[in-house]
Each structure stands twice: as structure tokens, then as C-alpha cells.
Design a protein around this ligand. Structure first.
Ligand code: KG4
Ligand code: ZN
Length: 363
């Protein structure tokens, strides 16, 4: 009997409208995470446990994530993390309605560890498997926390992604803009490295910026005020990074450089978001929720600027708490809740892990 035959032998009842209890597994980057979430769409849901083991220390000496180290670390600790998540939630495997694991995008070795573990648990327990797009996890977090209704406009800002997306439903993602070079978190991490700040760079730059003068250095704002021309809400950060490298060649004041860099990022994010708000309004004609997701959403200064923008533009902003903005498995479990209530059988056990898996294509 092949895995696929075994999978097809499992009978699953329709799950629409039912409250679901899902185990989530996340291993796509440098966090090994497992969580149990209970709820039904549109949320909010209940987080019964949310265990995140960060490998930051293992990667810190290299100034970035080393894929080989990451996959080995996931493999060593994942069963322990899953055990803790189930224990803390006081939920047995038998009580679960399904198992959701990140199937991409991300570092392929890590994704394979998590997805294979999810498949094995699903097969062993006779539960549906949900192969979750990591970006969908970030995108739907505001439904887990706040029960935000569709449609909403999403600003996804993480270490690997920078996108503005109109979200019409769990299967309806419309790309308004994405980065043409670096992701915004990547720009924070590279800037930190240039300025000699510790890894991960985002929190370090934000901290340094608090005591700096944002007007000290004049930095470029690529694509700013570019009027909407089809791909109107695209981002670019590599010119900004190069400019930071140039000022760092001389005697640089680190807090001032951090504050100036962060101010430029804020201007770019606000300008592009405003353009995307126009595109969203034209596209959906209803809905005024603006959701910020991904690790960079933990940045308080960026959050404050976006609050102001939303107020001026008639949008209601939703920013999940920092521990749900950075990588975690509660968001993967919640994506499992949303997907299973639409597709009760879940995904085939033959589902492949994907290093690249865009959330949305340009329409
Ligand atoms: O979503 P995430 O945890 O992982 C990815 O899927 O990429 O995002 C991690 C990124 C890193 O680049 C990190 O430097 C950035 O989010 N980040 C921040 C802050 N906290 C994390 N960037 C700016 N300010 C922060 N406070
Ligand atoms: Zn992420």
C-alpha cells in the first residue's frame, strides 16, 4: 500500500461551520515551532499552546541563517517541541481534527523536516494533513487574533518578503506590489551588519534608532511617489542599503544612521501602502481593514506610522502582537483551520515541499 493509498483510505466528514482543533508545525526558516489552535473562520480563534524554539544563537556567529545548520536543528528538536505543544494544550492526537505543516516557501531542508513529520503524524493518527503556504499563515493571522473579515488589504513585511496583497478569501490573493530586489527585513538585517549591530538586525536597528536623529543622513527613497502604472505598489530597497554602505565607509554615527535608515523605510512603506489602498478600493469596493503581518510588523516605529496613514485614509489597522508577527506555528495551525473548513479532506500525503511558492500572482 502506498502512502497515497493509505491517505485515500481515511474518511473525513465535512467540517464547514464546525470548530476545529489543529496541530500546526513550522520549520521553514530558523524557528522550530509547534502549536495547537482551536476555532472556526472568520475567527478569532483560541491558541491552546504556541511553542517557538528560536535557533538564533546557532546562526548568530555567521550573521545569517545557515540552511544546513537549520535543517539539522529542526530534525533534532521538532518531536520534543510537538510533544510540548500537545501537553501544554492538554490535547491528545486523537482529539485533533487535522495536522497543518508548512510546505513552503522557505529553506527546503527545514521545510522537508516539518512537512515529513506532519505527514507521518497524519498517517499514523488517521487525520487530514494540511500543507500550508507559510505566507498564507502570516496573511491570515489577523483573523486568528481579531476575526478580521474578508476582504482586507495586507502588507506582508518579513525577512524574505515584502508584498501588498488584496485578500478576498482563503483562496483569493491579489498582488498589488512586491519588492523588485531585497525584502524589507533583509534590508534591516544587511543594514545592521554594515553598521556592526548584532543579528537579527531588525530589533537591533530599531533599538539603536531610538536614540538617533532621523534627519542626520540623507538617504534615498527608491520608487517613492512613482505614480501607479500597473505595478504601482512595488518596492525597492537595494539602493537604500547601498547608500547606508557608503555612509558607513566614513566615521558613522550608528544611532543616527539607524534612525535615518528606518525613516526612509517608513516613507517607502507608507507611500506604497497608500497606492495599494487605491488599488484595493477599486478592486473590491468594500472592506476597510489594513492588516500588517510578518516579522517587521513587530517594529513599533513602522507600526505608529502605518496607524497614522490608516487614519488619514479611512482604513482600520490590525497588527498582530509581536510573537504572532514573527515566525510561529499558531499561524500555521490557523491556516489549517481555514483550509480544512473549505476542503475537509486536506492535502494528499504525496504533496511536495516547495522552496518557492508565491502567495499571489499579479492579475
Ligand atoms: O516573519 P519572520 O519572522 O521570518 C520570515 O519569514 O522572514 O521575519 C523575520 C524578519 C527579519 O529580517 C528581522 O530582522 C525582521 O523580521 N524583524 C524586524 C523587527 N523584528 C524582526 N525588523 C524591523 N524591526 C523589528 N523590530
Ligand atoms: Zn515568516
Amino acid at each position: 500500500m502506498t502512502l497515497r493509498d493509505a491517505r485515500l483510505g481515511v474518511k473525513h466528514r465535512p467540517m464547514t461551520g464546525k470548530s476545529l482543533t489543529i496541530l500546526g508545525i513550522e520549520t521553514s526558516c530558523d524557528e522550530t515551532a509547534a502549536a495547537v489552535v482551536r476555532g472556526r473562520a472568520p475567527g478569532p480563534g483560541e491558541i491552546l499552546s504556541n511553542i517557538v524554539f528560536s535557533q538564533t544563537e546557532a546562526h548568530a556567529p555567521y550573521g545569517g541563517v545557515v540552511p544546513e545548520i537549520a535543517s539539522r536543528a529542526h530534525l533534532e528538536i521538532l518531536d520534543n517541541i510537538i510533544g510540548r505543544a500537545l501537553d501544554e494544550a492538554r490535547v491528545s492526537m486523537a482529539e485533533l481534527d487535522g495536522i497543518a505543516a508548512t510546505a513552503g516557501p522557505g529553506l527546503i531542508g527545514g521545510v522537508m523536516v516539518g512537512l515529513t513529520t506532519g505527514k507521518a503524524l497524519a498517517l499514523g493518527a488517521g487525520k487530514p494533513l494540511v500543507a500550508v503556504n507559510h505566507l498564507m499563515g502570516h496573511a491570515l493571522t489577523a483573523r486568528l487574533t481579531d476575526g478580521v473579515e474578508f476582504p482586507f488589504l495586507l502588507l506582508l513585511v518579513s525577512g524574505g518578503h515584502c508584498q501588498l496583497v488584496g485578500v478576498g478569501g482563503p483562496d483569493d490573493f491579489r498582488l498589488y506590489g512586491s519588492t523588485i530586489d531585497d525584502a524589507v527585513g533583509e534590508a534591516f538585517d544587511k543594514t545592521a551588519k554594515i553598521l556592526g549591530l548584532p543579528y537579527p538586525g531588525g530589533p537591533a536597528v530599531e533599538e539603536a534608532a531610538k536614540s538617533g536623529n532621523a534627519k542626520a543622513y540623507e538617504l534615498p527613497r527608491p520608487l517613492l511617489n512613482r505614480r501607479e502604472t500597473g505595478n504601482g505598489a512595488d518596492f525597492s530597497f537595494s539602493g537604500l542599503k547601498t547608500a547606508v554602505r557608503q555612509i558607513a565607509q566614513k566615521d558613522v554615527n550608528v544611532p543616527d544612521a539607524s534612525a535615518s535608515f528606518q525613516a526612509a523605510v517608513i516613507d517607502i512603506l507608507c507611500d506604497r501602502s497608500r497606492t495599494a489602498m487605491d488599488m484595493f478600493r477599486r478592486d473590491f469596493r468594500s472592506g476597510n481593514s489594513f492588516v500588517v503581518a510578518g516579522g517587521v510588523a513587530a517594529n513599533q516605529a513602522i507600526g505608529a506610522a502605518l496607524v497614522k496613514l490608516c487614519k488619514a485614509q479611512g482604513f482600520v489597522i490590525h497588527v498582530p502582537p509581536p510573537r504572532l508577527c514573527t515566525d510561529n506555528a499558531a499561524m500555521i495551525a490557523w491556516a489549517g483551520v481555514e483550509r480544512l473548513s473549505h476542503h475537509a479532506g486536506g492535502d494528499a500525503l504525496s504533496t511536495s515541499p516547495r522552496a518557492r511558492w508565491p502567495l499571489a500572482e499579479r492579475k
